[in-house]
Design a protein around this ligand. Structure first.
Ligand SMILES: Cc1cc2nc3c(=O)[nH]c(=O)nc-3n(C[C@H](O)[C@H](O)[C@H](O)COP(=O)(O)O)c2cc1C
Ligand code: SF4
Length: 1436
């Protein structure tokens, strides 16, 4: 191609980009305020990428073999895309980056990527570099950066030269080296032997040139920055050079903390020796902003480098200010902030003993590098060695004859020497430093002694004598070329130094890459050296393992390498995203957690150096362990690990499952005849799959061979060969296929050559015409079914029946349409529906009645090692034992890709009537959380504990261990009376005692009688029992699960449930008790609510106002479901309480719906019967009349944080635990804090805990004597913080994702983030201290009682919530739908004006919920059954 006519920059770039005809050209939109009128759409028809929408994500997804890509962008966007830039490796991509902020520090920021890098400041250079860039990208298949200062290229400049631009073809070009290209552009003018070199990385080269000549300095521009070798650079220098001044363009003054250092400098510091050999004694980097006088600036820079005491951080010129430059510095800072989590942990652990050699957490990312830190360390180390040698020489008291206590000093010195050779843990470090301090004081006081002076010469301050944990911190880029990298130098130095290497590349990026192992495995590399401590950790996965690794590394006397995972796509990533990425990486084996401690290596191999802390490992690690014979040892040591490793290695589970499925299939087909019918389903919630199974059974009943499989199991090529196929698909998200249908749909959609002419098909869809109620969203109704039907028709398949569309809104839900559709299907298959034998569905009621009093096949299921799951019927039954089987939804997808079943585990909840836990009970829960759970504990909205992530192999042990401290889980879930919740009431011990006794008595009275709990979990000894007395303890316990069956008159022993009957209750049943003015249990939310009426003179509870029929669960868009506030029964005296509840219980047991679980709660029974009829029926059974409601005054349903003293002088502190999740984080190690408090309480016999229904924890009943000590522990572990905004104090969320199977959106992990945003608005309006009861749940089941909140968010689909408004401040009024289906990003815009109005228009002290009702923003919900009425049309 020949460029003949005059060309401007964009013309040149356009022509360059056409050097290869297949080039895909992208450009990003120009940032608004750069003041540069640049145009990146150089070809005029490039693809525009929006800067606001992660543009490089798109690019990375489309690069590939044989594809040339050009992206033109500016420097801020490029910087933010840093994590994506890694993924360009191996692709032919030219990235043109406009240096629009005039900040050249971005060039060395990318240096560790190692991609060829060109810098152009004028049109000539753009042409030359551009040509080279394309040639390299194509021939070497590598990304190339071309930094161009668009503004420096005068738009008026024209390029008139004749230029022959070649055409580059992939296949034609051989690998290409840049060796002969001009890396540095030399300006003429300096004499033959200049002493100063000025390296210019700024646009001021031409202006500097005449000045440099005058100053006799050699001036060079960096033209090609990578590849780079210092040796070649030095070779090209005149021998006379002694000083080097580097000038770097910068948008703003470099912070003083990072003074003088820049990644660019490190290219020179890489090899100090080479510089020394060349007698170069000074290299200084100076930054320049906008220069008005280039001559003066360069003169100052050259004089500075030549001076005796040069300034290290010279900044000349003016800052180049714009919001983009500010954002640029902010972007750099945020990256640091994310990574600061690790640095924070180091600081916490080592406190004063920490020495971070390269100050990674420094405000400016470009400041100090690991290489620099290591150099500094080596330097200090040689001084230290000299000092040790001198001390060793001085170990003779005679040398210290003038020092009083010379013998003692020598003893101290010899201890000091031993410490330098020892492995010091944190405590020993402290001791050694005390010793150092003591020695230094003695030395200082005895300076008349020669030997002392000798020592002081080498230790002029105590610093030289101290012991430190030395850390270097770098990114994984630091270890690319392992054999030559800094990591290699550190490992082989054998010095006592620790390295923390942070890898931030998300697994999802790696998974997208074609080659998934391009990175060298630093961990394996280091372990091969055998005398290096190595660990692989992830702060968002296991905090404990991270701490252990840091501590072990620090005490290891030699090099340690810790690889730390912190995946993020951009600096805007939220912790949830980081957390999910981390889990995916660990779960897939990409980032295994392990520790390798050479100290534990011994010949017998019994003591293991290698500890695997996660269960899945990747191939390379497995191979390494095999080679080292460590895997065998590891699996021998831990049988359970063996199973996990086997799982990752051979997928035995999958194979066993497949075998079982095949057997079942064969069995099914045996004896059947007729045309085969293949039924496929896609279903998230089970409706679709249940219909599919039902159809198959009906087919079998008339002799048809029918198979049922998930759409996931369809092999597309085989589909064409199948004869009759029926598809069931429900609708997920916003008109999307359910999870198990997505892949099939994508494949079907993408296949153009599939011939389905011989296929007969039918499609039935399940949807909800009101799920997205706006008119314009009508297309989402049953969209997958409609799409599937259309696609199959297009592929020439023949419909057996018209498309069937089930609708949740129909009278019988989807069943209405299905009843019409199914006969049409049979008709076309030639089957008479009259022959069908309708099999009765197996309901929950059947499961209960056939379960043998809650046994089912739980025992067998727990021993089935072929799966982590249990049978679905047993999953219903284990709930009665307090355990839900769940799966980790964060890793569902990745496991599916790996072909293994979801990661099933149990949630186990404790029955804790009254919410009181002893220190011993706390400690066992804490221990089990770590040993068998996911390392966290959850305080529930019913004031009890639950643990998540317990695998079925551990569940029995966990339950036995809980019971060993007299905690059981019986009836914590299931269709029974659940945990009885009572008000925490810290200030009044006497009343609290009465209500908690009442709670306990109710709980015990209504506890199921079955001995199944004892049989399954407690009976007999168990090999994992920590104490042989456990069994006896369970048997002799007062209360709790029943251990003996009932003896009948014929001497047979049976289980009897006199209260429940073998079918138990239709649904769950809950009892709450409160004491005015508090309503911290939300007394009107439960089946039975009791408000204590207390005699103020004696503090004796006179009785209770009793309410019945509160309940929170609903289903989206199902108006037959609604939340309900309890209605009044009347007053009862304490001794009648149980009989009164029993009467309600029996009415519900006998009248509650047993056919429709969505209509089975007491609230519907009451509304169906009518309150009066219901009350009369209860009174009849009760045998008494309820008294009239007694007066009371309730003020709030919140907790009050801080200390109070009760009338007995005992102290109670209500601690804020955000959403009840007890977890250690670098900021708040709360879980450990509570454990320490419990240990203290146990040791001193003072105090216990109370849990609240708002999910907080009381450190309770502490005597004055221990108060200060407990306060000190609380302070240390950040559990004493009461400085919280009003809204945060009163916010609550349910568990939601990832464990709750019903969650449709995030809750616990998202609410804290949202509260922070809401706090900002409230602060703006001066409302920081005003409470707004705010609740969030992941679905409408209402576990966090959202319907009683003033402001609530109910999960509807991922990132989508219904916003509710107008609940009463103290839980007295239900709220109402304000806006449906709001995206999380839009929430703030909707709430902000409401808060503003509240601030401006509220009456004195008026609560938010009351305000929005008073001014008519929302209609009040006066009764549950009117919950759906009066919703404004604008809500949709
Ligand atoms: C999170 C979620 C999103 C939904 N989105 C839609 C939708 O966009 N369109 C629709 O017609 N139905 C939608 N539905 C309704 C379901 O498809 C319907 O309730 C179906 O019966 C569920 O069947 P399943 O249990 O097999 O998943 C949605 C349901 C849920 C829970
Ligand atoms: S409200 Fe829904 S999402 Fe939240 S824990 Fe309860 S069932 Fe799960």
């Amino acid at each position: 191609m020949t460029l003949t006519t005059a060309a401007t920059l964009s013309r040149v770039l356009a022509d360059l980009s056409q050097l290869n005809p297949q080039n895909k050209v992208y450009y990003t939109s120009v940032t608004k305020d750069t003041g540069v009128s640049s145009e990146y759409n150089v070809t005029g028809n490039g693809i525009q990428l929006l800067t606001s929408q992660d543009p490089f994500d798109n690019v990375v997804a489309h690069v590939g073999d044989g594809v040339l890509t050009t992206v033109t962008t500016e420097q801020l966007t490029a910087l933010k895309a840093l994590p994506h830039l890694y993924s360009l490796k191996g692709s032919s991509t030219v990235v043109n980056i406009d240096l629009n902020l005039q900040d050249y520090s971005i060039v060395p920021t990318f240096k560790d990527l190692g991609y060829p890098t060109f810098i152009s400041n004028d049109l000539d250079t753009v042409v030359a570099h551009g040509t080279l860039a394309y040639q390299l990208a194509i021939s070497n298949k590598e990304p190339v950066f071309h930094f161009i200062n668009f503004a420096a290229v005068d738009p008026a400049t024209v390029y008139n030269q004749e230029l022959d631009l070649p055409r580059f073809q992939f296949e034609e070009l051989a690998a290409f080296e840049l060796e002969n290209a001009e890396h540095f552009k030399t300006y003429p003018g300096a004499s033959a032997s200049p002493s100063t070199l000025v390296i210019n990385l700024s646009p001021y080269g031409p202006q500097f040139a005449p000045v440099a000549a005058k100053l006799n300095a050699l001036l060079v521009d960096i033209a090609i920055y990578r590849p780079w070798t210092l040796a070649q650079f030095l070779e090209a220098l005149p021998g006379s050079i002694r000083k080097i001044a580097i000038v770097e363009g910068s948008s703003k003054a470099v912070s003083t903390t990072g003074a003088g250092f820049d990644p660019l400098l490190l290219d020179f510091f890489d090899n100090f020796n080479a510089l020394a050999e060349r007698k170069i004694d000074q290299i200084i980097l100076s930054n320049v902003g906008r220069l008005s006088d280039a001559e003066a600036a360069l003169t100052q820079i050259v004089n500075n480098v030549q001076g005796a005491a040069p300034e290290q951080s010279l900044y000349l010129g003016e800052d180049i200010c714009s919001s983009s430059t500010a954002e640029y510095s902010e972007a750099i800072k945020n990256v640091i902030n994310l990574e600061a989590a690790y640095i924070k942990v180091l600081n916490q652990l080592f406190d004063g003993n920490l020495n971070v050699l390269n100050e990674y957490g420094n405000e400016c990312i470009n400041t100090k590098s690991p290489e620099y830190g290591f150099g500094a360390f080596l330097h200090a180390q040689s001084d230290r060695e000299a000092l040790v040698a001198q001390v060793k020489k001085s170990l003779d008291p005679a040398l210290f004859s003038t020092v009083p206590g010379a013998n003692e000093l020598v003893k101290l010195l010899s201890q000091w020497v031993s410490s330098t050779e020892a492995q010091l843990n944190e405590a020993q470090l402290n001791e050694a430093n005390d010793l150092a301090q003591e020695i230094y004081t003695i030395l200082q006081g005895n300076q008349d002694c020669e030997a002392v002076l000798e020592l002081l010469k080498l230790a002029p301050s105590v610093e030289q004598l101290l012991f430190r944990s030395h850390w270097l911190i770098g990114s994984d880029a630091w270890s690319y070329d392992l054999g030559n990298s800094g990591v290699h130098h550190v490992i082989t130095s054998k010095k006592n130094i620790n390295m923390l290497i942070i890898d931030s590349e998300p697994y999802s990026e790696v998974a997208k890459r074609e080659s998934k192992v391009h990175k060298k495995n630093v961990g394996l590399y280091a372990m091969n050296f055998h005398d290096v401590y190595v660990a692989s950790v992830a702060v968002y996965s296991s905090y404990t393992q991270l701490l252990t690794a840091f501590i072990e590394a620090s005490s290891f006397n030699g090099p340690s390498v810790i690889l730390a995972y912190l995946p993020y796509h951009s600096e805007r990533d939220t912790p949830i995203q980081v957390l999910k990425e981390t889990k995916n990486a660990i779960e897939s084996g990409y980032w295994p957690l392990y520790r390798y401690d050479p100290r534990k290596e011994d010949d017998s191999g019994e003591e293991l150096a290698f500890t695997l802390d996660s269960s899945v490992i990747r191939k390379e690690l497995q191979d390494f362990l095999d080679r080292e014979n460590k895997l065998t040892l590891l699996t021998r040591q831990s049988a359970e690990l063996a199973r996990n490793i086997e799982l990752s290695a051979t997928d035995v589970i999958t194979r066993k499952q497949e075998k079982r499925a095949k057997a079942a299939y064969d069995e099914l087909l045996e004896g059947l005849s007729g045309p085969p019918l293949h039924i496929y389903y896609a279903s998230d919630g089970g409706n679709g799959s249940a219909l599919a199974t039902r159809l198959a059974k009906r087919a079998a009943s008339v002799g048809l061979k029918a198979t049922v499989l998930s759409m996931d199991d369809i092999i597309l090529e085989d589909l064409a060969g199948e004869e009759n196929v029926v598809f069931f698909t429900s609708t997920a998200g916003q008109g999307e296929f359910p999870q198990d249908g997505k892949t099939f749909w994508e494949e079907l959609k993408g296949s153009t050559d599939l011939d389905l002419a011989s296929l007969n098909f039918a499609v039935f869809g399940l949807g909800d015409s009101q799920y997205w109620p706006r008119k314009e969203d009508a297309r989402y109704f049953n969209k997958p079914a409609k799409d599937l039907f259309g696609r199959l028709e297009l592929l020439t398949a023949k419909p057996l029946a018209p498309l069937g569309l089930g609708d949740d809104q129909d009278a019988d839900g989807f069943q209405t349409a299905y009843s019409e559709w199914e006969p049409k299907l049979w008709e076309s298959l030639g089957v008479s529906a009259d022959d069908m034998v309708e099999e009765k569905p197996y309901t929950n009621e059947d499961m209960k009645i056939n379960s043998n009093f809650l046994r089912g096949t739980i025992y067998e299921g727990l021993h089935d090692e072929s799966t982590l799951n249990i049978h679905p019927y047993d999953a219903q039954l284990t709930k009665f034992h307090g355990c839900y089987i769940q799966d980790d939804r964060d890793v569902r997808e990745i496991r599916k890709l790996q072909g293994i079943e979801p990661l099933y585990s149990f949630m186990c909840r404790v029955r804790l009537p009254g919410g009181i836990a002893t220190p011993d009970q706390w400690l066992i829960m804490d221990q089990l959380a770590d040993e068998t759970g996911n390392g966290t504990m959850k305080v529930t909205t019913r004031a009890t504990f639950q643990l998540h992530g317990i695998f079925k192999k551990d569940i029995k042990h966990a339950i036995r261990a809980m019971n060993s401290k007299l905690l059981d889980s019986l009836a914590a879930c299931g269709d029974v009376n659940r945990n009885v919740m009572v008000s925490a009431l810290p200030a009044n011990a006497k009343i609290h005692k009465q209500i908690s006794k009442m709670g306990y008595d109710i709980s015990e009275y209504f506890l199921p009688n079955t001995t199944a709990y004892y049989d399954l979990w407690l009976q007999g000894p168990d090999k994992r029992d920590e104490d042989p007395n456990w069994e006896k303890l369970f048997q002799t316990r007062d209360g709790g699960p029943n251990i003996k069956k009932t003896k009948l008159s014929d001497n047979s022993l049976v289980d009897i449930e006199p209260l429940y009957s073998p079918v138990y209750l239709p649904r769950k049943f809950k009892v709450n008790i409160t004491v005015p003015p508090y309503n911290d249990v939300d007394v009107w939310s439960s089946d039975i609510g009791m408000i204590a009426i207390v005699d103020p003179a004696t503090d004796i509870v006179l009785g209770y106002n009793m309410y019945a029929g509160g309940g929170m669960g609903t289903t989206h868009n199902n108006k037959k479901t609604y939340p309900r506030r309890g209605s009044l029964l009347g007053f009862v005296e304490p001794e009648d309480v149980i009989e009164a509840i029993k009467a309600v219980f029996i009415v519900q047991r006998d009248n509650g719906s047993r056919t429709d679980r969505k209509h089975a709660r007491l609230k519907y029974t009451i509304d169906d019967m009518g309150v009066d009829v219901f009350n009369a029926k209860v009174e009849e059974l009760f045998g008494k009349k309820f008294g009239p409601e007694r007066p009371f005054e309730i003020q709030s349903n919140c907790d009050y944080f801080g200390w109070v003293k009760d009338e007995n002088g005992l102290n109670h502190f209500t601690a804020f635990v955000e959403n009840g999740r007890l977890v250690d984080t670098p900021d708040k190690p709360q879980k450990t804090g509570f454990k320490k408090v419990a240990e203290y309480m146990k040791e001193h016999g003072s105090g216990d805990f109370r849990l609240t229904g708002n999910q907080h924890v009381l450190i309770s009943s502490v005597t004055d004597e221990h108060l200060d000590n407990i306060k000190a522990i609380m302070h240390k572990y950040v559990i004493d913080n009461t400085d919280l905004s009003g809204i945060r104090q009163t916010s609550t969320s349910c568990v939601g994702l990832p464990t709750c199977g019903l969650a449709m959106a995030e809750s616990e992990r998202y609410l804290p983030v949202l509260i922070t945003q809401l706090e900002d608005i409230l602060e703006e309006f001066g409302l920081r201290h005003d409470s707004v009861v705010t609740r969030m749940t992941g679905c409408p089941n209402g576990c966090a009682r959202p319907w009683l909140a003033e402001l609530a968010f109910i999960g509807k689909a991922p990132n989508t919530y219904n916003i509710m408004l107008g609940g009463g401040f103290y839980g007295e009024r239900l709220n109402k739908l304000y806006k449906a289906s709001v995206k999380d990003d839009d929430i703030i815009d909707i709430i902000k004006p409401l808060f503003k109005r509240w601030a401006l228009e509220r009456n004195e002290g008026e609560h938010f919920g009351d305000f929005v009702v008073r001014v008519g923003i929302i209609k009040p919900t006066l009764e549950g059954k009117y919950f759906h009425d009066d919703v404004s049309e604008e809500a949709f």
